[in-house]
Design a protein around this ligand. Structure first.
Ligand code: UD1
Length: 371
């Protein structure tokens, strides 16, 4: 029996890698086929991840590329349907919350094919976030829901999703982190290979920034405000800033490059997985609006300042090293001061973030498919 696994965008790649490995290594009669929708396609956004994480070349690449949400979602749906007719999978497995996740789930369910959602039940409570809509709808369509944290159970119960579909298995992204930690590329090596001064990243004395949420980067006034507060942080802690393509475009069109150039903020291209892990691992602090990085910093025990008003991953705040500060300058600075003075929050690694989530998923799917 075939399980059709779907990836589309950068944060999907580290989630699918351990799942593909677990299917390949299991004695189960289930076999995995991989479809890449092509939502992310640049070398830096895709190829570096497939190579470093040893993800098998996708069996099918739909090549959809970028577009408005409607265009992108619709194009994925149109191109995914014939793949299902070809492969006849017993289930479609989707991960995370990107447009590829909901698009493929919707096509599958309409064809009567069971949907499996990995990283289900997370809710930010903010329906202005495109990912929140993708999460709610994908969970409604799913037959099996795999959770990274226990709080997700309550979210799903409130939305009327039956308990027997739900399994708390841990976090596949942390499977990937633990599997690759020993191979993380040291920050100094990455800087040298970009012809940058490796003294910019003395262990524990630099920070890492990532920004790409539409709510932070699309409005030039909000983006300017964030870059200005980052410039203040950089007066004491030099910052490395791998810039997502959509953020680069926003900085360029709003004419904000000068803020970065004047500050001790080093803009670098999007990094590969092992490079990013190396940067985060030895950082004094990470400032981000990413979802996944909130979890990775918790697993690494590195303080994380989240530049959003909410999180769909509350366990990173309750148990981990994460603090939610939004975009308010005073709050960001206060949280940063705390990191400088006290070393920031000391967290613990949440239950079942132990490197074995993907094998639990394959085991449960095997029982489900043979039941
Ligand atoms: C998508 C996900 C978001 C995730 C993020 C991580 C949705 C709704 N959003 O947002 O949840 O956190 O990926 O990166 O699915 N671009 C390139 N090269 C690429 C891909 C994109 O240059 O390989 C540029 C294009 O100009 C594109 C823009 O980035 O228009 C946005 O890409 P898109 O896939 O629409 O959304 P992301 O912002 O990347």
């Amino acid at each position: 029996k075939r399980v059709l696994c779907v990836v589309g965008a950068r944060p999907n790649f580290m989630k699918i890698a351990p799942i593909m490995r677990a299917f390949a290594g299991s004695s189960s009669s289930l076999n995995a086929t991989l479809v890449h929708t092509g939502q992310h396609y640049d070398v830096a956004m895709k190829h570096a991840f497939f190579d470093q994480l040893h993800i098998p070349e996708p069996d099918v690449d739909l090549g959809v590329g970028s577009g408005t949400h409607a265009q992108q979602t619709a194009e994925i749906m149109k191109r995914f349907e014939p793949v299902l007719d070809d492969v006849h999978p017993c289930a479609v497995l989707v991960v995370g919350d990107v447009n590829s996740t909901i698009a493929c789930a919707l096509v599958a369910v309409k064809k009567g094919i069971p949907v499996v959602h990995v990283e289900a039940g997370l809710r930010s409570g903010d329906r202005g976030m495109p990912e929140e809509i993708n999460r709610i709808l994908t969970d409604q369509l799913s037959d099996l829901l795999f959770l990274t944290e226990d709080s997700a159970k309550n979210n799903l119960a409130k939305e009327g999703i039956a308990g027997e579909k739900i399994h708390f298995v841990g976090n596949v992204m942390i499977d990937t982190l633990l599997h690759n930690l020993a191979d993380a590329i040291p920050a100094k090596t990455s800087l040298s290979s970009m012809q940058l001064d490796s003294a910019l990243c003395e262990k524990g004395r630099y920070g890492v920034v990532t920004l790409h949420r539409p709510s932070n980067v699309d409005d030039p006034a909000v983006l300017r405000g964030l870059l200005e507060v980052l410039a203040r942080v950089s007066e004491r802690t030099p910052l490395l800033f791998p810039i997502h393509p959509r953020t680069e475009a926003c900085i360029e069109s709003a004419g904000l490059h000068a803020i970065l150039e004047k500050a001790a903020i080093t803009a670098i291209p999007p990094q590969g997985y092992l490079e990013m892990l190396g940067l985060m691992k030895d950082a004094q602090v990470v400032l981000t609006d990413s979802g996944g990085i909130q979890e990775e910093t918790t697993a690494l025990g590195v303080p994380c300042i989240t530049l959003r008003d909410n999180t769909e991953r509350p366990i990173t705040v309750e148990q981990g090293t994460n603090t939610i500060v939004g975009t308010d300058h005073a709050k960001i600075m206060a949280c940063y001061e705390d990191v400088v003075l006290t070393g920031g929050k000391v967290g613990r690694v949440p239950d079942l973030w132990d490197g074995n989530a993907a094998s639990r998923i394959v085991q449960i799917m095997h029982q489900w498919a043979s039941g």
